[in-house]
Design a protein around this ligand. Structure first.
Ligand SMILES: [Zn+2]
Length: 85
């Protein structure tokens, strides 16, 4: 392997500042991903479908769904159908 660009500074030790920067970068990544994670988790909570006159639609994205669908095929929202008693 010919990896010889730049000056050889020897092994760079990870300083506390570096560690802190990595920690902060990870936290920032998590914070940026959080809305998507939160939304994905929220879709796991079953919600009743919306009745749009002639059909049922997803309560999250309003895509048409059929009573056989446990999940919306567009956004993945879990659908809670009325339990028959
Ligand atoms: Zn949907």
């Amino acid at each position: 392997m010919g990896d010889s660009d730049g000056a050889d500074k020897g092994d760079e030790e990870m300083t506390e500042i570096d560690a802190l920067n990595e920690f902060l970068a990870a936290k920032i990544m998590l914070a940026q991903a959080y809305p998507a994670i939160s939304a994905a988790l929220a879709r796991q909570i079953p919600r009743p479908p919306r009745d749009a006159d002639t059909m049922w639609v997803c309560p999250e994205c309003t895509a048409a769904i059929s009573p056989n669908d446990c999940y919306c095929s567009r956004c993945g929202q879990k659908i809670k159908w009325e339990e028959e008693k």
